[in-house]
Design a protein around this ligand. Structure first.
Ligand code: FES
Ligand code: FES
Length: 154
């Protein structure tokens, strides 16, 4: 039986009808049309579905939408300010830190959480924080270059 829930997504209150088993990823992608987060493994190991829940990265494939009620959710669509990209988005573009882009929103949101917690992370700290995000195109070197540049600029 469907349940009415209200989610705060990218600073907007959104009302949805979801099944108890509906994941946060399904709710955000299929019902709200925010398709930046992607379904990869569906078992919480690849990071493609990452969203921020109260500022912390979560695998949205493994969180129920009903459990996210009352939390603040940030998707990649909520990161830019109008036409101005977030500095991490800008750095990914400048350093070519993507090929197919399937992993990109997950990497950027996880990195945002890292920089919010720790504005000047060491290279090791960046690697450890991003250990749950996989890039099947193998852009790790460019991603590290982009993030080290954000660290310098921040
Ligand atoms: S799709 Fe959620 S972690 Fe891979
Ligand atoms: S850019 Fe293709 S999976 Fe990362």
């Amino acid at each position: 039986m469907k349940k009415s829930i209200s989610l705060r997504v990218n600073d907007q209150e959104r009302n949805l009808e979801v099944e108890p088993r509906t994941t946060l990823l399904e709710a955000v992608r299929d019902q709200l049309g925010l398709t930046g987060a992607k379904l990869g493994c569906d078992i919480q190991v690849c990071g493609a579905c990452t969203l921020l829940l109260d500022g912390k990265p979560v695998s949205a494939c493994s969180v129920l939408a009903v459990d996210a009620e009352g939390c603040s959710i940030t998707s990649i669509e909520g990161l830019s300010q109008g036409d101005t990209l977030h500095p991490i988005q800008q750095a990914f573009m400048e350093f070519g830190a993507l090929q197919c882009g399937y992993c990109t929103s997950g990497f950027i949101l996880t990195a945002k959480a890292l920089f919010d917690e720790n504005p000047k992370p060491s290279e090791q700290e960046i690697r450890e924080y991003l250990a749950g995000n996989f890039c099947r195109c193998g852009c790790y070197q460019e991603i590290m270059q982009a993030l080290k540049n954000v660290r310098r600029e921040g």
